[in-house]
Design a protein around this ligand. Sequence first.
Ligand SMILES: [Fe+2]
Length: 391
Amino acid sequence: MPHSWSGFKSRVQKWIINNIPTNKRVLDVGPGAGVYGELLSGHGYQVDAVEIYSPYIDKFSLREKYDNVYVGDIRTFDISDYDFIILGDVLEHLTVEDATKLVDYITNSRIECLVAVPYEMEQGEWEGNVYETHLQEDLTEDVMEERYPELDLLCGNNDYGYYIYQNNKMIWPTLCIDNFFVNANAVVEYSKKLKYKYGDGTWPGQRTKSTHILDSNFFKITTKKIIAALYPNDIEKNSCLEWNATQYFQKIKPSEYPEKGFIHQDISAEFTSIVYLTSEKNNGTCLYKLKNAVKDNSYEEEQKKNYLNRNKKRSKKFKEVLTKNQESYEKILEFKSMKNRMILFDASQFHGVNNYGSENKERLTLISFFHSVRRVDGQPLKFHANECIKY
Ligand SMILES: [Fe+2]
């Protein structure tokens, strides 16, 4: 039926508002009477809809409830430009094969989604609309878990369930490889020839320009070594993978940063790699988890001000926000900064530096932010955490 069950809708609305930023492009698939368009209206989202049964568009005034309304079949509709997909009462209308393909495409593309399904509900066509027929009448919480393991149950009861896929979960594994460069000293010697500059206050110390600008060969070789750590089999088939990254040498004078670093995520990247290039062992990187659901962003302004004025004493406010930042997280892993150790972690993982080292020794690292990795043959790239969850 074009009307979905109204239970839990305000909870679902709250979840969307709290988890999906308003600059994300939202697609409601099979809007029917337009319930999700109504739920999100006035909250600042751009919401499009794709409806397979065109008579519903006028019948339910869908053009008034959505920014753009398309007539189309979700099995062939291009969803790649969307950030959040709503599949409210949709999966049960698809065969297991089509629905699995769709959910796999969404999660492998790291598009976030909300799925709502009725459990064990038989239904034929409705007022002449054959698309209303249920092709998965056997859905239950257990069946959902078995068929769509990437989805997590948000809420529901014995008759109906809401599921979500969020891409802020750890997708990339955490790796650590020692003796990473064949000749780390040559890399250190190369780093000494480069120019360094202080940044805009959002990170400590000084960085070079991205190495792809300075020496594209160095960039290609070193980023390929890092990708080889993630995809050792694929990297052998020449040019099977391509990636987009920025990479810098970074120097930090401990005397300029006598306190711990702020715990943060690298929001512009998919994953981050750091190679430690000095022999000091105690200025590595720690990974953290949030102690409660609220992420701490309150430090950013103070960090900027104080990092830009690095010769002045830290302000009282700076110390306060640093303490609050440290107290919001629990340490879950610590990497010592052994020279020539490469670490790699999902950029959505909270991380920070516990200690920038001893007074007189600069901390040198080669830091690479990977923004995307793709297969050139158009096949979807498999993500480690997504793959493991299937078995
Ligand atoms: Fe970082």
